[in-house]
Design a protein around this ligand. Structure first.
Ligand SMILES: C[S@@+](CC[C@H](N)C(=O)[O-])C[C@H]1O[C@@H](n2cnc3c(N)ncnc32)[C@H](O)[C@@H]1O
Length: 360
């Protein structure tokens, strides 16, 4: 077992926590926002610069892991450059488990609903799930992505100039459905919308304009997004999601176990670097994560930490990825995985479809 002083040393020297949390500049920017409520009109573009930067960090890490064979994604390279610096093996393994876990839950939902459903990926960044689902003939009736307008503008630019990305959207459209402006694209099966997730009325209005249905079974995904909002802001989103759809599932990937000695050491190290997480209060335990979903409109909730997630990966995949890179500090990987992220999912209605039986 690693001692606390060793951990302090590791955390303050190599700072794996900051790398896992998408870079210290992001965290610093997050800390500048007050945790008390402020109206959407008082949020400035500069306040959110660091949060938007996490999009680049996450997609660069994903692209790096893809480039050395962790998983197959021919699309990510069209959205983000390849990192010049090598990412550490524990980071790559963490991303592999994250992508695998989220993807398994998405596919389970699509299978239960036989793709007669819609997906809302909130804070999607440069996510490529729409394109990979299309390749696997697993598209829902409509796939929506939402992110800050500046991120959407950037993603739209890549879509416009790369035929590999635009072709599937064009192929699927019916004559009258392709509409595009600087930060929205709406087509028959795919929409990307520039909106602030903290402004629920604006979010809802924009989604409805793009024909979001409140009747279809709906999967909402927030992958590493809610921690950048205050607890009040993320609860508003969680409640809105539960109240808006009769049959729904929510997938949330975020930090966990920040309340024990290891978590405290990490938080203190981050604070010493003027880094803070706006939503850290909600990241104390798996139980708290589930409780937050259950007390805000969701009927079932489950959660696993990353170590659990990793241990449930198919053995053949684990052997394959562990042979890609040498990692001598397995104990550190374990500590990191238990303390950084977890995968939670919740359902509402849909017992006739078996949504409540979905498990990772
Ligand atoms: C860490 S990135 C994750 C991106 C993507 N979900 C993934 O896992 O690759 C967080 C994303 O959430 C977006 N985001 C955070 N807060 C947001 C808000 N209030 N409104 C819209 N997007 C937000 C950021 O712009 C960024 O793209």
């Amino acid at each position: 077992m690693l001692g606390a002083s060793y951990l302090t040393l590791r955390l303050s020297t190599s700072l794996p926590c900051a790398r896992w949390a998408h870079g210290s500049s992001t965290l610093m920017a997050t800390s500048l926002r007050s945790s008390s409520y402020s109206s959407p009109s008082s949020w400035t573009d500069t306040d959110d610069e660091g949060v938007r930067g996490t999009c680049e960090d996450a997609s660069i890490c994903k692209r790096f892991a893809v480039s050395i064979g962790y998983w197959h994604d021919p699309y990510i390279q069209h959205f983000v450059r390849l990192s010049k610096e090598r990412k550490a093996p524990e980071i790559n393994r963490g991303y592999f488990a994250r992508v695998h876990g989220v993807s398994q839950l998405i596919k389970a939902f699509l299978q239960k609903t036989e793709c007669h459903c819609q997906i809302l990926n909130l804070g999607a960044g440069m996510d490529t799930t729409f394109w990979t689902l299309k390749d696997e003939d697993l598209l829902p009736r409509k796939y929506f992505e939402v992110d800050f307008p500046m991120i959407v503008t950037r993603k739209l630019h890549s879509i416009k100039i790369k035929p590999l990305l635009s072709k599937p959207i064009i192929e699927l459209r019916s004559e009258d459905t392709l509409q595009m402006d600087g930060h929205t694209l709406d087509s028959k099966r795919y929409a990307i919308i520039g909106a602030d997730l903290r402004d629920i009325p604006e979010l809802e209005e924009k989604l409805k304009k793009c024909n979001m249905s409140t009747q279809l079974p709906t999967l909402l995904i927030t992958e590493c997004v809610l921690v950048y909002m205050t607890p009040e802001q993320s609860v508003n989103l969680i409640k809105w999601a539960a109240n808006s759809f009769e049959t729904a599932m929510f997938i949330n990937y975020k930090q966990v176990n920040m309340d024990d000695r290891f978590g405290q050491i990490m938080i203190e190290n981050l604070r010493r670097r003027q880094c803070d997480l706006a939503g850290v209060e909600t990241c104390k335990s798996l139980e708290l994560q589930k409780e937050r979903l259950l007390s805000n409109g969701w009927e079932t909730a489950s959660a696993v930490d990353m170590m659990e997630l990793y241990s449930r990966l198919p053995r053949s995949e684990v052997s394959r990825i562990e042979s890609l890179e040498f990692l001598d500090e397995m104990e550190l990987l374990k500590q990191l995985m238990q303390h950084y992220y977890c995968l939670c999912w919740a359902t509402k209605g849909g017992s006739e479809l078996g949504l409540n039986e979905i498990t990772y």
